[in-house]
Design a protein around this ligand. Structure first.
Ligand SMILES: Cc1cc2nc3c(=O)[nH]c(=O)nc-3n(C[C@H](O)[C@H](O)[C@H](O)COP(=O)(O)OP(=O)(O)OC[C@H]3O[C@@H](n4cnc5c(N)ncnc54)[C@H](O)[C@@H]3O)c2cc1C
Length: 473
């Protein structure tokens, strides 16, 4: 096990606000005012005289969709690591979400694999069931009400440089500002964060200015989401099962559904998601949606029995991708990138929001270590790579195994053994609470995946599986 990686990761998981620290920047500018951008803005608010978030969308509404985040109507699970980050950096967010009708759901018994619930891990984890727009609005309200944080409505269109360091951001307030006509400007900034999401143009800007582009890695992961909301007459406290995550292995007969989730969110609503891989597009009409839900754990039929609210919202994503900034040799100082702009994974693992939180921790840690701001932020990118690698190992590991099985690809012995070990551990979560605890601490991003490569854990899992009744599939 790579101990240093594990302990570096855990320090990031536990990072909190720095207290009274020196201001390093006059103006820090964050490009993109979604979750990753807001979290970075919170970190920078301790380090800059002012923080300006440039965001093209009108973000005044607390619910509903906005064009810059096309996935925002889909189920979003906030893993415990992300929720803990929020409570450290923006304390009281969970309570605020609950006051607005979101629910804090105990995770025990909610994860069901091929119809069998996981053995309880005894940790008492809770998951915040909240619509993504509301979560983002709560964060935005809190962070932009800090005295030194403001939002400039516009599209960032490029960067300016002085002495091989970023010195300003070009923006167009007309394009997103709804003013009619164009209104271009430059914001002087002595630190810039790219948080423009999966389709960030930063690589093109860098190339256009003679800098190295980050290397991009892609992994085929064709996922089809269908999400719908339904009226929820009952209070969460009165529900026997207030949420579920149903997972199916490829061999299990499941109407084409690989993963299904149901959560009691604000507005007395259930949000229900069905996901299929490749050609499988389950639940595109309400009729089909409800029909499939009758074959899932009972809470799905309960949730979909009420009046449907709006349409079924579908979303297709073809691949996971990550950008490696650590290999860029010629790179400007005072520039970093966070969130989906760096890595966006198969969303079914629920890692995006929590990765953004850990990237913000990387930024806090980098700034705390007294960095040389006259050179590229390599130490930041190296730290961030620990987080990206960890998340990628979990999601890409599963996707690569699925693809190899689909195409009948020969895999090297060591990879085959690793996959076998992971299958043993996953199967043992149905019968052994200790194994569930180790497994969930990684799937909740609280611990590094290398912690699962513990021979004692594998031995325990194999022994537990040997004595357990076999689970179909
Ligand atoms: C179907 C689906 C389901 C998901 N489910 C989960 C889940 O269950 N749990 C989870 O943790 N994550 C989930 N995710 C991932 C999650 O949505 C993202 O990780 C999360 O939104 C953080 O992204 P971000 O802030 O980096 O970027 P985004 O949310 O994509 O935001 C990018 C921002 O940049 C702005 N922008 C774009 N261009 C410019 C520009 N030129 N100038 C200024 N601003 C600009 C946009 O308007 C937007 O506000 C899911 C993703 C998908 C696709």
């Amino acid at each position: 096990m790579t101990e240093s990686m594990v302990s570096r990761y855990e320090k990031l998981v536990h990072a909190g606000p720095p207290g009274d620290v020196p201001v390093l920047f006059d103006t820090a500018c964050v490009l993109g005012g979604s979750i990753a951008g807001l979290m970075a803005a919170r970190v920078l608010s301790d380090r800059a005289r002012r923080v300006v978030v440039i965001e093209p969308d009108d973000t005044s509404a607390e619910t509903g969709s906005r064009p810059g985040v096309p996935q925002d109507q889909q189920v979003h699970t906030l893993l415990p690591v992300g929720q803990r980050w929020l409570e450290r950096w923006v304390p009281g967010t969970t309570r605020q979400a609950q006051d607005r009708g979101a629910s804090l759901v105990a995770d025990q018994g909610t994860t069901v694999i091929n119809g069998v619930p996981q053995a309880p891990d005894g940790e008492g984890h809770h998951l915040l069931a909240v619509g993504r727009p509301l979560l983002e609005a709560l964060l935005r309200n809190r962070i932009t009400s800090l005295p030194n944080v403001s939002v400039l409505r516009g599209h960032a269109t490029g960067l300016q440089y002085r002495d091989d360091a970023v010195s300003g951001v070009r923006y167009d307030a007309g394009a997103g500002g709804g003013q009619g006509g164009r209104s271009e400007g430059v914001l002087d900034a002595d630190f810039v964060v790219d948080a423009m999401g999966r389709s960030s143009r930063l690589s093109n800007w860098l190339k256009g200015s003679g800098y190295d582009q980050p290397r991009i890695e892609r992994l085929e992961a064709p996922v089809n989401y269908a999400t719908a909301r339904f009226a929820r007459p009952a209070k969460v406290a009165d529900l026997e099962t207030p949420g579920a995550l149903a997972l199916f292995t490829p061999e299990y007969p499941s109407s084409g559904v690989s993963v299904a989730a149901v959560q009691p969110i604000e507005g007395r609503q259930w949000i229900v998601m069905l996901m299929g891989y490749g050609d499988s597009r389950p639940g595109r009409t309400i009729g089909e949606f409800r029909e499939i839900c009758t074959k899932l754990p009972p809470v799905f039929a309960t949730a979909t029995a009420g009046a449907v609210i709006g349409d079924v919202m579908t979303y297709h994503q073809a691949e996971s991708r990550r950008r490696d900034f650590t290999g860029a040799v010629r790179f400007p100082a005072r520039l970093v990138s966070v969130g989906d702009a760096v890595a966006s994974f198969n969303p079914i693992y629920g890692q995006g929001l929590s990765s953004a939180a850990l990237h913000a921790s990387c930024l806090a840690s980098y700034l705390a270590d007294g960095p040389d701001l006259g050179t590229a932020a390599r130490e930041f990118f190296r730290l961030q790579q620990v987080v990206v690698d960890a998340a990628w190992a979990v999601s890409a590991g599963g996707d690569a195994a699925r693809l190899d099985a689909l195409h009948g690809t020969e895999v090297p012995d060591d990879v085959r053994q690793q996959r076998w070990a992971m299958e043993q551990i996953a199967a043992a979560t149905l019968v052994d609470g200790d194994v569930t605890r180790a497994f969930n601490s990684v799937s909740y991003m609280l611990r590094h995946p290398a912690t699962l490569a513990d021979p004692a854990l594998l031995a325990k899992a194999v022994a537990a599986n040997g004595t357990a009744a076999p689970v179909a599939g």
